[in-house]
Design a protein around this ligand. Structure first.
Ligand code: YH5
Length: 276
């Protein structure tokens, strides 16, 4: 199985590790724009060294209650980082919902658009259709500011699955090749702790859809709810969740802790007859 991302055909015969690179003022430095960019690039290079297959560059926080960022500011944050990394040999993903940011990122060389809003912002689908980038369509109930207020489902697995398949079909209808699409059930996005784990436990159901499945649970609050640990102490819970996602057949795992997740991947691979 492959995921076609522009010129890159990602081989999904083993799970790929997507390393998270946040380009936000608070993540790395309190210096100026240059420091912020330099720190993000340095971090990305470290993640490559640790074994990341894909780098996910994000300039806007989608955590509940986070401040919104303007189009101009988001472009200012992510574009220089993408330009610096575009020839590093790894696939470059941009984590955004804004069509203008997608267009700027694609122009700068990004291979993947990773959208927690599944290309629902006006103009987003058109930007993606005009290029050949890979796209990750994620499910979210509500909007980041309020999504955790009252998650509501009759059957979370069925409803998320139906949403994602509808969205994939619609994107295909408007011209996104099937081989370019990846789906993500959106762990932590408008779901209770129980609902998040119901999705994780049913990863195989999503894998059976035939589309590549991306899972992102790294450091998320549901892991904190179960372990009683703060964000900085959720590495073991994150790697445990990543391993469960791999065992369920997920092909792309989005993580902060690349080195530790690669160790888990190596152990997992020994139980399959596959090679790195
Ligand atoms: C995702 O799951 N998540 S940004 C809250 C946290 C920790 C981490 C402390 N973009 C996903 O990583 N894209 C984000 O609590 C994503 N799938 C895809 N495809 C949120 C995040 C985070 C939020």
């Amino acid at each position: 199985m492959f995921w076609q991302c522009r010129s890159m055909k990602l081989d999904l015969s083993r799970p790929l590790i997507m390393g998270i690179v946040n380009v936000t003022p608070d993540s790395f430095s309190d210096g100026g724009a240059h420091d912020e960019m330099a720190a993000a690039i340095e971090h990305a290079l470290r993640l490559i060294d640790e074994g990341a297959d894909i780098l996910d560059i994000g300039g806007e926080s989608t955590r509940p209650g986070a401040a919104e960022v303007s189009v101009e500011e988001e472009i200012r944050r992510v574009v220089p980082v993408i330009e610096a990394l575009k020839d590093c040999g790894k696939a470059i993903s941009v984590d955004t919902s804004k069509p203008e940011v997608m267009a700027a990122a694609i122009k700068a060389g990004a291979h993947i658009v990773n959208d927690v809003r599944a290309l629902t912002m006006p103009g987003a689908l058109e930007v993606v259709t005009k290029s050949k980038v890979g796209v990750c369509l994620m499910h979210m109930q509500g909007q980041p500011q309020t999504m955790q207020d009252a998650p509501d489902y009759e059957n979370v697995v069925d409803e998320v699955q139906e949403y994602l398949l509808d969205r994939a079909r619609y994107c295909e209808l408007l011209g996104v090749d099937r081989e370019r699409i990846c789906l993500d059930y959106g762990f932590g996005f408008g779901k209770t702790v129980e609902q998040n784990f119901a999705l994780l436990a049913n990863t195989t159901r999503f894998v059976e859809s035939g589309y590549p499945i991306l899972v992102g649970l790294s450091r998320k609050s549901s892991l904190g709810a179960v372990t009683g640990r703060s964000v900085k102490d959720r590495m073991v819970a994150s790697v445990s969740g990543a391993l469960l996602a791999m065992q369920g057949g997920a092909q792309i795992i989005r993580v902060h802790d690349v080195a530790q997740t690669v160790d888990a991947l190596k152990i997992w691979l020994m139980t399959k007859q596959q090679r790195m």
